[in-house]
Design a protein around this ligand. Structure first.
Ligand code: PRT
Ligand code: ZN
Length: 287
């Protein structure tokens, strides 16, 4: 019975916790996640959720404690575990960068040679430096990397950056991006049988939720002689739906548009003669 559930590891508390829980909930999977809970069994999907520190997730998957997990690409790249990347999830975006104190004269990565670099990502940094043919002294530390130059224990750092404000407050300047990262759904290699099938069902829901997040449903009215021009602006899933309105000479157009160029398209639609434009969020989009 135990084996009939997919065990998925997510971050217990941190930047990926809320979006990971939110994603499972949007997939219509219900479970308790009260404070201090280490695991939870979903009520309406064959899933057991394990709440762990993000750094431990790859090892737990490789060791077979969990079948799958949600973790940052930064953690995956730093770990020695060989896992299967299943799907990029579009949250937890950040980059692993090299940063130096503002007074440090920097013309290129060769200026970092023989310097002391503090990081929690020694493996990724080592690979980056060796690819550039540079020798440097890597200081592996586990937290508060950004204060290392200020207290004199390093000349530079290699750390995660999202807004850049932590670097700014610590008088540091980002000079090289080593890795771009976002949260990923990953799985143990070679999963088979029922758990593999459950993972496919979960992936199907995840893709539907993420496709819906990236798209909007748009409805508008337009005079019939404008419809051809308007149709060209709207790709739709196959093509836009065009239906006659109760008043003659007018039609209603329904379509799906990408969230990314949404305002641009709306402006062009208005200019092309569209009226009464309604834009709705989509819950799920089955591709
Ligand atoms: O306890 P546990 O080990 O589970 O959590 P943690 O403290 O190690 O991780 P957490 O919650 O901080 O981050 C979890 C994951 O979120 C990371 O592994 C990344 O994949 C992702 N992520 C996205 C980030 C950031 N953005 C981020 N900005 N992780 C950390 N940061 C830190 C960064 O280290 C630096 O200290 O935020 C600071 C910089 O932020 P800005 O906005 O000032 O640039
Ligand atoms: Zn961590």
């Amino acid at each position: 019975m135990q084996d009939q559930r997919l065990k998925i590891a997510i971050q217990k508390s941190g930047r990926l916790s809320e979006p990971s829980i939110g994603l499972l909930r949007k997939c219509d999977i219900t479970f308790d996640n009260g404070a201090g809970k280490l695991r939870s069994t979903a009520y309406d999907f064959p899933l057991e959720i394990l709440f762990l520190r993000d750094d431990d997730i790859p090892q737990y998957i490789e060791d077979g404690v969990a079948h799958a997990g949600i973790v940052g690409q930064n953690i995956l790249a730093e770990s020695d575990c060989e896992l299967e990347p299943v799907e990029s999830l579009g949250f937890g975006r950040c980059r692993l960068s090299l940063a130096i104190p503002r007074g440090f004269e920097y013309a290129g990565v060769e200026d970092i040679a023989d310097k002391r670099i503090a990081t929690s990502y020694p493996k990724i940094l080592k690979a980056f430096l060796s690819e550039k043919g540079i020798n440097a002294d890597i200081h592996a530390i586990s937290g508060s990397v950004e204060i290392a130059p200020g207290i004199g224990v390093a000349d530079a750092i290699c750390d995660l950056v999202s807004s850049g404000s932590t670097l700014l407050t610590n008088g540091l300047r980002e000079v090289e991006t080593i890795l771009q990262s976002e949260a990923m759904l990953v799985a143990r290699r070679g999963l088979d049988g029922p758990v593999k099938e459950i993972l496919s069902r979960l992936l199907f829901r995840v893709r539907s939720v993420n496709a819906a997040r990236d798209n909007k449903y748009i409805l508008l009215n337009a005079p019939n002689h404008k419809i051809a021009e308007i149709r060209n602006l709207l790709p739709g899933m196959k093509s836009p739906t065009v239906m006659p309105l109760a008043i003659s000479g007018w039609s209603s157009v329904h379509s799906v548009i990408s969230e990314h160029d949404f305002w641009n398209v709306v402006e062009q639609l208005k200019a092309a003669g569209a009226e009464g434009i309604l834009v709705l969020s989509i819950d799920q989009m089955i591709l």
